[in-house]
Ligand binder design. Structure first.
Ligand SMILES: C[S@@+](CC[C@H](N)C(=O)[O-])C[C@H]1O[C@@H](n2cnc3c(N)ncnc32)[C@H](O)[C@@H]1O
Length: 254
């Protein structure tokens, strides 16, 4: 799925429903992620994006959370990232996603991780959570799909407790000058860390080449529509990757 521009939310939810449904039918997408990430692939997490072992470790470190605190995973997909962090740090978890199919699959994974977790259909821009209720928020490879990124950051800032952190992945052009401080300040947050993820663009390049090389297998396993979406993303984004920069941002509510 391409990252810009974001279609309306209902259309996006339907697209992600189709993606999560297709991927649940086949082990091939996960096998290709595993091949692209090699030793860095955390297979229990089974993320639909860039989440590898180094990212899990970095998020756990940057969140600075305590046992029984509430972690919110927004754009959680099938839930593996939040579930893994909640188990590792003895947290409570609330996962939110616009895709009902993703939420159903995430809910079914709670037994395996044995952590107190709820999953709910909600958007990044409207979480339905109270002010200051979250002791930590993670958002992995989801913010770029928000119809209004500024509103989404403000919403995630609103739900953070004083002193709590939002960690989120971002990818930008290497020659861009992202105004992360300005955006964070507008949401009442400060930029605490910008961690570079220099190996991530090369991982995407390996993954996209694998998708292209396994085009026929993807069509057979996932169906034409889903396979064509993935191949379109691969062909569109592959040439842009040499100029990309990936980071993990940590924003803190003072
Ligand atoms: C690339 S997947 C990443 C899923 C998960 N964070 C991971 O890394 O495995 C993006 C997820 O964001 C969700 N999403 C997209 N736009 C959203 C929005 N506005 N609000 C909440 N979730 C959204 C999609 O349904 C999808 O599950």
């Amino acid at each position: 799925m391409t990252h810009t521009p974001a279609p309306p939310t209902s259309q996006l939810a339907a697209q992600f429903d189709a993606l999560h449904t297709a991927r649940a039918r086949s082990t091939l997408p996960a096998a290709l992620y595993a091949a692209a990430m090699g030793d860095d692939y955390p297979d229990e997490v089974a993320a639909a994006g860039s989440c590898d072992w180094p990212l899990l470790e970095l998020m756990a470190t940057r969140l600075r959370m305590h046992p029984l605190q509430l972690l919110v995973d927004v754009g959680c997909g099938t839930g593996g990232i939040g579930l893994w962090l909640a188990r590792a740090l003895a947290l409570r978890l609330e996962g939110l996603d616009i895709s009902p199919v993703a939420i159903e699959q995430a809910s079914a994974r709670r037994i395996r991780f044995a952590v107190p977790a709820t999953f709910r259909v909600a958007g990044l821009e409207n979480t339905g959570l109270p002010d200051g209720g979250a002791h930590g928020v993670v958002c992995v490879d989801a913010l770029s799909f928000a119809t209004n990124r500024r509103a989404a950051i403000q919403e995630l800032g609103r739900i953070l407790a004083p002193g709590a952190r939002l960690v989120l992945t971002r990818a930008v052009r290497q020659d861009a000058e992202p105004r992360w401080e300005d955006k964070a300040h507008a949401a009442g947050l400060i930029v605490e860390h910008i961690d570079e993820r220099p190996t991530e663009p090369a991982m995407w390049a390996r993954l996209y080449r694998l998708w292209i090389n396994h085009a026929d297998d993807l069509r057979r396993e996932l169906g034409d529509d889903q396979a064509e979406n993935m191949l379109r993303e691969a062909h569109t984004r592959l040439p842009t990757l040499p100029g990309r920069r990936a980071v993990l941002l940590t924003l803190r509510r003072p």
